[in-house]
Write a protein that binds this ligand. Sequence first.
Ligand code: CA
Length: 228
Amino acid sequence: MTRVLVVEDEESIADAVAYTLRGEGYDVDALADGTAALEAARSETYDVLVLDILLPGLSGLEVCRRLRAESDVPILMLTARTAEVDRVVGLEAGADDYIAKPFSMPELVSRVRAILRRRELDRSDAGDGVRHVGGLELDLAAHVARVDGRVVRLTPSEFRLLSTLSERPGRVFSRRELMQHLWDSSYVGDERAADVHVANLRRKVEADPKEPVRLVTVRGAGYMLAEV
Ligand code: CA
């Protein structure tokens, strides 16, 4: 059974989300506190986390950051409607997607389904073999990336973006295209999320993330992976 951990301290939202996801057939645990959420995520095995940002105890961002250092569990962040900055920092903390409040329950369900579906694809359709682009090495089955022989830890979203770009080194991918590949569907989410994921990736695969030579911006067009 698919297990979901919902972490939200606003009772009305938490209840609605848990009720809806249970109705979809998921096994749902609900917590209202960041510290308890981190503990639960470490001791239990969940298929996806729905994580609010503002929480008592640890913030959702801090929970996300700490989990990302040790786990690839998919994370959907709940963000305040107006706080643009929340969306960006959520992705920077390693979340896979976010949904802005107020959201409808069908919208939530479709996001959770998209995350779970993508994870299934990552597992079953991981591809085989190892792809080399210059000093970058992607082990598509093991989901391990190396830069000049050094293993770099990537989130599932980062790995997927990098593997998309590495299919055609030197070809420019638009933000929209990258997001479509990221979700493997016409669901795109916020195209600007591509910029955040690319910035995260640069910190991991570039010698100087401020002067990227590998993950190159092509102004007005998108991004490409160069063979260096
Ligand atoms: Ca909250």
